[in-house]
Design a protein around this ligand. Sequence first.
Ligand code: ZN
Length: 230
Amino acid sequence: MSALKDRIAQFRKMSTDDPDNELGHFRLGQLLMEDGQIDEAVASFRRTLELEPNFSKVYQLLGEALIHLDRTAEATETLTKGYTVAHGRGDKMPRDEMGKLLVKLGQPLPQVETAAAEEEDTIGPGGTGFKCKRPVCPYGKRARGLMNPPIPDAIGKRIFDEICADCWNDWFKNQSIKVINELRLDLSTDFGQGEYDKYMRDFFGFEEATPATATTSLNVTEGGTPPAQG
Ligand SMILES: [Zn+2]
């Protein structure tokens, strides 16, 4: 089996063993897309949204999958709903991507309120002033920032800047252990560490653009021997 098929099997098992875990279905959907199993990916993304209707990025991926399958009516419905959800949560990147797809489909953008309201809900009575950027943060205006970056690297810094303390704790105390156990990740390997990081980025809603964490892999290239002359 290829590495991709292995991972699909792993996540399929995870989403069967822990059927209410939206991230398992989400990751499975992404891998199925990568493997060209678009119909199957659609089912996984739909399940993800049943579990977590505020996961704005998933509407985008589901919309893309449906466009791929020429199911444009369903794609339009998904993207229209997703655009509104993403806007309401301040998830600008997926919102704008879905906007572009709707334009391509020749569809109007849904009417949404302007951005001022969403900034305000972190201040005012009961607000902490901290806006957690995790797409499905359940803490809203009660979100509190962390005291320090929880891990000493670039992604730790990003978590400190963008993610609330309760979401971090939810990851650290619940999800991360589940992920390691259910995927049987060996964190001493690059593969295990990579899968773990990927899952953590999904949990926090980080796009791939997170800067590389370290430069430890920059080994000196094999030098010394000049190329042989023919
Ligand atoms: Zn949060």
